[in-house]
Design a protein around this ligand. Structure first.
Ligand code: PGA
Length: 267
């Protein structure tokens, strides 16, 4: 039987079977003790209410400690990246199995900062998603256009290429736990947020792509998050959009009180 959740935001009713996910990407901020303190504070602020999935992704060095600290809470743990090999002579890299043993349930893959500063390509993103899937880690696959691409009307062709290449070779069965994050590069850390219409238009496009390739059932179940300057005061209107199923939050996830304000969007 289909489990349907109803969310009411500013009078707009939203009905689907997708459980919202609010994910915090802590990037290269917080050492071990700082991450643990923030995670505990956040867990206390959020309490045990389970209407929304909440994930935090601290730096690698804090993962195991944070995992211990949030065991009894509603928080889940994610990593910000992985390497696709199981083990080997790959200095500086972290394998999917290591993330699992550190307590991770999710992994962010293909963030625009990784594409921009660390040479990630659609091909490496594809291999990383595959490694995550093989180890039962839920991949949060990031896509998004640059400002220049949006201005030259290339948004949809850029996204089409990123999604098609990133998901090349997967069967619908392998993508059951996939999460997509639409993060327009021009909105990340800039204070500029996509309008709700811009976000909805892209999310609808992405869902239609999934439907074309994998069918309606999978397309309807995959969560598509919005990311880029999400804050407590813009989350509710974004979440009111039909195809926006959550958020990937950078800057505003670092402060537990602010992040908890985002998690409590639906009221
Ligand atoms: P931001 O970052 O919320 O600081 O814009 C989002 C992200 O990079 O995932």
């Amino acid at each position: 039987m289909l489990h349907v959740q109803t969310f009411s935001t500013k009078g707009i009713k939203k009905m689907n079977d997708r459980r919202p996910l609010i994910a915090g990407n802590w990037k290269m901020f917080k050492n071990g003790p700082e991450a643990v303190a923030a995670a505990i504070k956040l867990a206390n602020l959020l309490g045990k209410n389970h209407d929304v999935d909440v994930m935090i992704a601290p730096p690698f060095t804090a993962l195991a400690q944070v995992s211990d600290a949030i065991k009894e809470s509603r928080l889940s743990l994610g990593a910000q990246n992985l390497f696709w090999e199981f083990e080997g002579a790959y200095t500086g890299e972290i394998s999917p199995a290591m993330l699992v043993s550190a307590g991770c349930e999710y992994v962010i893959i293909g963030h625009s900062e990784r594409r921009q500063y660390f040479g990630e390509t659609d091909d490496t993103v594809n291999r990383k998603i595959s490694a995550a899937v093989d180890h039962d880690l839920k991949p949060i696959f990031c896509v998004g256009e640059s400002e220049k691409e949006r201005e030259s009307n290339a948004t949809f062709s850029v996204l089409d290429k990123q999604v098609t290449s990133g998901l090349k070779g997967f069967s619908s069965n392998q993508l059951k736990a996939l999460i997509i994050a639409y993060e327009p590069v021009w909105a990340i850390g800039t204070g500029k947020t996509a309008t709700t219409d811009q976000a909805q238009e892209v999310h609808r496009f992405l869902r239609a792509m999934l439907e074309n390739s994998y069918g309606n059932t999978l397309a309807k179940s995959i969560r598509i998050l919005y990311g880029g300057s999400v804050k407590p005061d813009n989350i509710s209107e974004l979440m009111a959009m039909d195809d926006v199923d959550g958020a990937l939050v950078g800057g505003a996830s670092l402060d537990p009180e602010t992040f908890s304000g985002i998690v409590h969007f639906q009221i």
